[in-house]
Design a protein around this ligand. Structure first.
Ligand code: SF4
Length: 670
């Protein structure tokens, strides 16, 4: 049953039991900022998390404190048990979560795990945690007086808790995950060869054997894969499981079905009748396929054709008869956006490895204060950064934190996305790539244009003879056509971006051609060339230097908060871990900025202020009453016990830095 936490902070926290010096250090640490700034935000967010609980049953552990534990865990990069131990034994954690001095700081590991499981199940997109992230980022930006006018963007690789060891390991582990998920009755239906392999194959090693042996093994595993897909296709209880889906996915991504007579000689085949592994390794020619080829992110898929259609049919189970005559052929390459591990089906392969990619944006150019992370996005590693800038800017606009200037690296600008960035009224400062164009070639910024975007004059002062829609090789676009005779005799031809006619003898130069020249003119290309020209200036390079600061944020996230290698698997859990780490990073920075006001967390304990005379007098009177009422010859009563309790509780306030208000309270009370 969901129950909100009482937001009233305790008067007697754990710090009252600490000596003055330790209490002073506690007040100057991150724990104080967390208690005063973060915890109230978490408590205000509690109602959103009510959907995780029912309306009956035992009341929940405080959601605000549970969230606080999740954030503190990532702040210190602790595992679950370390976090729970710190909550139980560390006064800073108890102070941060506002645990009462007499309250038991205990939470079972099961409760913490259960909370995260509910959150992942009910909100896989992590919209709830995103709201918490936004509230804390907003709070930090407001309290620290940061400007969001300029921000910088970068991506980093995030690995989940999986290991990958090539295709054979992937095939083996996917088969084993599926077989382990079967009931006893279903297991008994497995072919004898598959059962023998499953029961006798040792695991935990990889890389042994020659290339031929590995190839042979991979073919055998592929045949097992196909047999199991066919065997359980009609069994709804099995074919509806996630594990069966992984078999189908793996088969579709790595294997194809081809007719025997159409199979190419350099590809090894496995007959439908499942020959033994040694039989499959029939030809030396067939051994050339490189089974260890990892999936490059610019991989070339195998040729599509009727046989590929057969493979898809087999994977979907649409027409068994149609595919029965086909052989399994393992694809030479696959794309990066494919299954990498059955233990984490969401992880994909990018140029930095297997796992996920996190886009992170933070403020920049705020002098003297730490920068705050303002937005993030998590996706599979196979997705490129190219053209991602408009997406993250849209996210920032939705949260009212859109920058006027966004710094990014060369991975972000793309020709189609640049006008979208401009439409959002954001200046993207990032190096653009002109592809194969020679560095000496000048851009379209040297041409003159009219208001319709048509070229009116080239750098040599000549007007185009026509404007036409011509193909650029992939699509029809607008072109300016120049007189070929003039261009061929122009001194600027070697550095001009105009294109000479295609139909010319091999090796002939542009000056040896016949016909008119043309220049592709689109708004995207004009913008790209304009940006490229600006980027050649020292002023632009000096301005762009601020972008590199985001690399320090990536380093901090990986070094202090363990972003590089997570303890979890699956996109929803990775999203949860990443957002908690980003919030933790913001909290650490917020605390660092507030530290001087708190006495300097890094400068050691601040000296305790002397108590005021009024406070000392009040405390003395209180203590005297308690002693007088419990001295020799007097009987102890509930009132004097109460006085002694008050004296003991208020003493730290009187002799600590907080003596003012409690002393007034004491005066009223005594
Ligand atoms: S090559 Fe042609 S388009 Fe280019 S500057 Fe010379 S005349 Fe103008």
């Amino acid at each position: 049953m969901f129950r909100k936490t009482d937001p009233q902070q305790h008067l007697f926290g754990v710090e009252t039991a600490l000596p003055a010096g330790m209490r002073s250090r506690l007040k100057a640490s991150w724990a104080e900022v967390f208690r005063l700034e973060i915890l109230p935000i978490l408590l205000r967010s509690e109602a959103d998390f009510g959907i995780l609980y029912g309306s009956t049953g035992r009341p929940n552990f405080s959601v605000g404190r549970m969230l606080a534990l999740c954030l503190l865990q990532e702040l210190c990069d602790f595992c679950d048990q370390e976090a729970l131990d710190a909550f139980g034994f560390d006064a800073r954690w108890q102070h941060a979560t506002d645990i009462h001095a007499d309250e038991e700081a205990y939470l079972s590991r099961r409760s913490l795990v259960e909370f995260r499981s509910r959150l992942v199940k009910r909100d896989p997109e992590m919209a709830l945690m995103h709201r918490v992230f936004a509230a804390i980022s907003d709070g930090a930006i407001k309290k620290l007086g940061l400007s969001v006018r300029e921000q910088r963007l970068d991506s980093t690789h995030v690995a989940s808790n999986i290991h990958t060891h090539g295709r054979i390991d992937l095939f083996q582990s996917t088969l084993k995950v599926f077989i382990r998920s079967l009931s006893t009755a279903a297991y008994d239906r497995l072919p004898e060869a598959v059962r023998t392999w499953f029961e006798t194959e040792s695991s935990g090693w990889f890389g042994l054997g020659t290339a031929d042996q590995k190839r042979e093994k991979l073919q055998r595993l592929a045949s097992f894969l196909r047999q199991l897909i066919d065997l359980f296709r009609q069994d709804k209880a099995v074919s509806g499981s996630q594990e069966y889906g992984l078999l189908v996915q793996l088969f579709g991504e790595h294997c194809e079905l081809k007719k025997s007579q159409e199979s190419t000689p350099d590809k090894q085949r496995v007959a439908q009748s499942d020959p033994p592994a040694s039989d499959a390794d029939a030809s030396g020619e067939e051994r050339r396929a490189d089974e260890t080829a990892k999936a490059p992110d610019t991989a070339v898929e195998a040729q599509s054709g009727p046989a590929d259609q057969g493979a898809q049919d087999a994977a979907r189970g649409e027409d068994t008869d149609k595919t029965a005559e086909l052989d399994v052929v393992i694809k030479r390459n696959t794309s990066g956006d494919t299954l990498q591990s059955p233990h984490d089906p969401d992880a994909t392969y990018g140029h930095k490895g297997v796992g996920y990619s996190a886009q992170i944006i933070e403020t920049c150019n705020n002098e003297g204060v730490p920068e705050i992370i303002t937005a993030y996005e998590v996706h599979g590693a196979a997705r490129s950064d190219v053209g991602k800038a408009p997406d993250v800017l849209q996210q920032l606009e939705n949260t009212q934190r859109k920058p006027e200037v966004l710094y990014g690296d060369g991975g972000y600008p793309s020709v189609p996305s640049m006008p979208r960035v401009q439409a959002l009224n954001v200046e993207l400062v990032a190096p653009v790539n002109r592809g194969p164009m020679d560095v000496k070639t000048f851009g379209r910024d040297r041409f003159e244009f009219n208001e319709l975007g048509q070229v009116t004059r080239c750098p040599a002062g000549h007007c185009p003879i026509d404007h036409r829609i011509l193909s650029n090789g992939t699509e029809p676009t607008s072109h300016a056509v120049f007189n070929g005779d003039i261009c061929r005799n122009c001194a600027l031809l070697d550095t001009c971006p105009v294109r000479a006619p295609n139909h010319r003898p091999a090796g002939a130069s542009a000056r040896d051609t016949v016909g008119n020249f043309r220049l592709e003119v689109t708004a995207e290309l004009r913008l790209r060339d304009e940006m490229y020209a600006q980027q050649q200036t020292p002023q632009w390079k000096e301005r762009y230097k601020i972008r590199s600061g985001v690399e320090a944020t990536m380093s901090e996230l990986k070094g202090c908060h363990g972003l590089a290698k997570l303890r979890v698997r699956g996109l929803p859990r990775v999203r949860l871990a990443v957002v908690c780490k980003l919030i933790a990073c913001n909290i650490r920075r917020w605390a660092r900025a507030k530290a001087p006001a708190n006495g300097g967390a890094d400068a050691g304990p601040s000296p305790a202020l002397p108590p005021s005379q009024a406070a000392v007098d009040a405390y003395s009177r209180l203590l005297a009453r308690g002693v007088a009422r419990s001295g020799p010859g007097t009987r102890s009563c509930i009132l004097c016990t109460f006085y002694r309790f008050l004296a003991r509780r208020f003493a730290p306030y009187i002799y600590g830095s907080f003596f003012g208000k409690p002393a007034e309270l004491l005066n009223d009370f005594v």
